[in-house]
Design a protein around this ligand. Sequence first.
Ligand SMILES: NC(=O)C1=CN([C@@H]2O[C@H](COP(=O)(O)OP(=O)(O)OC[C@H]3O[C@@H](n4cnc5c(N)ncnc54)[C@H](O)[C@@H]3O)[C@@H](O)[C@H]2O)[C@@H](O)CC1
Ligand SMILES: Nc1ncnc2c1ncn2[C@@H]1O[C@H](COP(=O)(O)OP(=O)(O)O)[C@@H](O)[C@H]1O
Length: 288
Amino acid sequence: MNDAQLLTLTPEIKDQLRKSSQDHKFTHGHALILCGPTGHTGAARLAARGALRVGAGLVSVATPHEALAENAAHLTAIMLTEVDTPEALTATLMDARITALCVGPAFGIARAGAFLPAVLAANRPTVIDADALTTLASLGFDAVHPACVLTPHAGEFKRLFPDIAANIDAAAITGAPHSKIDATRAAAKRAGCTVLLKGAETVIASADGRAVTHGAVGGRAAPWLATAGAGDVLAGMIAGLLARGFTPQDAAQTGAYLHVEAARVVGAGLIAEDLPDAVPHVFRALGL
Ligand SMILES: NC(=O)C1=CN([C@@H]2O[C@H](COP(=O)(O)OP(=O)(O)OC[C@H]3O[C@@H](n4cnc5c(N)ncnc54)[C@H](O)[C@@H]3O)[C@@H](O)[C@H]2O)[C@@H](O)CC1
Ligand SMILES: Nc1ncnc2c1ncn2[C@@H]1O[C@H](COP(=O)(O)OP(=O)(O)O)[C@@H](O)[C@H]1O
């Protein structure tokens, strides 16, 4: 069933992206990006910068003590909070002004296993990416809630949903072949939340069957997105939009759209660090 819509930014979404003169920083939420151990902190910072650039009012990196200095040496507008254990995370999340989480980029698979139950128990809008997806493949989806957004690339999707992924490549025995859209829709239904399957064609589906496809092809091609860390920035952008109050489906769709537009602003030579800094150009072109 390929009845997914093509992704565009509606006037309503553009309005939601704007900031008004009456706003203050807490109007636009606080995103908390969980960071991995020393030597593996860059991905969380990429995500954090993505979250801040799409307009989250505040962004903090939750860092283990051992990586505090490493992170502090690289961050200015983004804040740091020390979180060494799942219990410390739960205590940090007593602050109801933290409105979205992002877990996974270079977080470590074992570490994700330890932290995911506390992350999910917080019941906050949450992007689950990278190592946290690999962990989820063994944990299962019981604790996943509807405010989650899973952002797998094709390899992670195969780990998380091996049977569904196998259908994409399999020849159809009866009826139409199983498309990437069918697969993402089936995955979202199984996980009980929004799933964004990355790639030059990105599909975003929700548990209720809504699905949108976004092709970075033809006039909107963005092949330089095939670079390390581009997905970490996307995870952060979605977390930033969740923090601002976007629904999971809208945050994933809008994040995917802005991510490709940012890549197109930079063009050839793009590296992941460039993506967040291209967002103001995208917003200007959108008339925000
Ligand atoms: N600057 C940084 O600190 C970066 C950290 N990263 C972190 O590195 C860790 C490992 O992530 P990876 O995704 O590299 O490794 P993974 O091992 O999770 O996945 C890569 C494997 O999946 C396969 N695969 C199949 N389809 C794929 C697709 N469409 N895209 C990518 N891989 C596909 C690849 O062949 C490869 O064997 C994560 O924690 C990630 O967040 C990466 O995001 C790169 C940048
Ligand atoms: N050829 C391509 N055309 C358009 N977008 C791409 C292409 N290759 C990768 N991307 C996008 O770049 C990002 C890569 O994310 P991911 O694979 O998680 O990389 P990383 O883990 O290194 O951050 C995704 O948003 C994906 O959709």
